[in-house]
Design a protein around this ligand. Sequence first.
Ligand SMILES: *[C@@H]1O[C@H](CO)[C@@H](O)[C@H](O)[C@H]1NC(C)=O
Ligand SMILES: *[C@@H]1O[C@H](CO)[C@@H](O)[C@H](O)[C@H]1NC(C)=O
Length: 479
Amino acid sequence: MAKDDHSTVQNQMGTSIQETHEVTVVMVPLLLQGHLNQILHLSCLISSYNIPVHYVGTATHTRQAKARAQGWDPLAVSNIHFHEFSVPSYETPPPDPNAPTKYPLQLIPVLNASISLREPVYALLQQLSTTTRRLVVVCDSVTPYVIKDVGLIPNAESYSFTSISAFTMCTFSWEQEGKPRVFEPEILEALESLPSHEGSLPQGVIDFLKLQEESKPISSGDLYNTCRFIEGPYLDLLAKARAGDSHKQWAVGPFNPVEINEHKDTEQRHYCLEWLDKQGPNSVIFVCFGSNTTVSDEEAKQIAIGLEKSGQKFIWILRDGDQGDVFKEEVRRAQLPEGFEERTEGRGIIVRNWAPQLEILGHSSTGGFMSHCGWNSCMESISMGVPVAAWPMHSDQPRNAILLEKVLKIGLIVRDWSRREELVTSITVENAVRRLMDTAEGEEIRQRAKELSKTVKASVMEGGISRLEMDSFIAHIRR
Ligand SMILES: *[C@@H]1O[C@H](CO)[C@@H](O)[C@H](O)[C@H]1NC(C)=O
Ligand SMILES: *[C@@H]1O[C@H](CO)[C@@H](O)[C@H](O)[C@H]1NC(C)=O
């Protein structure tokens, strides 16, 4: 047994005895930042109900998830039992800033390697099943292969965690069903202009997803990182599609904490938060394209000129997409125009590595978010009431952008997806930044984002709708 596993305790004779739990939960993430992070948040939420929670991964990935987790009391994370398994070594090439698509091809070997978790995870499940009345496995919906054999364990049941939006999930089934008219006309029109999702993925990923789809164990229900106030109608559509089977659905998001414990006097505070303290309310645009997007030197130059010309204050996270081991990789520094940093000194900050996004979004000086619209980023922005200038890069992101712009009306589009192969010029960037930060239209969008945030924050508080669904999930697994 791992040394951090509290289910083994030493008695006075020095021999180990097994403690029996009512329910034990095992969390199985996909080994990519956007997934590791959501599952770690969910682990902390479940663990707050005094249920033992185990989190599986590799040493590098659990270290990565812990190092980047924000908003939780460190004690909450230390209650989780992390299990670090080894997978065959793999090489990940550096990201190619000039690749024709923004999909992070460098991470496909990580997907491949994650397949080898199946054996050690099964061994862990077997072992834990003897120490608990019921073993509950929560597995990322894109990695069910790892728990393929869970059905062989009599006291185990599994739940699927969906790391993307309910809206995007609905658009996938809508595509498969030949595009029935289930959406409002304006949304339908936006969706019809998108290419098929599967066609936009690299072959390596299609193969990976196919293997996963074929290996799905029977799942007892779905958990979503969303809230009924955000995506109620789409959650209903998903539930309706499965009506008849005993399948259950819980929308328990946002998983991320919605109130940030600001440790204003600690030395650990990131310098960009200190800088934000000195700026006016809603005066800064935060620019960040997530953990796995890489911009080329030319794109960086256009963004730089656009930000400079906009006259707005900014924090810009300019880093290459993750590779396999985020603690080891060499970091390329994208080139900026000559003299840019001097000219924007005092008005903008460029951060070249990981930044505390949730805390930046939660700061009252942050008034806009230029984002790739990964689902974590969307949920964090919604929770914190920050409107979005949407610049989707790949995968589910163009669909999330439609959700923000057309459904929730808390965002605007930087550039149309149909022009994704063209360079985004500095003028486009400048206009989008001005529109969001310095126009009446932008202010209206911001007010809507703030209203939504209030509702969403209340939903995870005692008696709120997401909290009630979480209570219901917990009651269900404790039944
Ligand atoms: C992933 O695994 C498949 C099947 O084992 C292999 O054909 C493919 O080359 C691998 N891809 C990468 C990028 O490692
Ligand atoms: C890249 O990040 C996005 C969210 O920012 C996530 O949805 C996606 O799964 C990641 N993909 C890969 C291959 O890392």
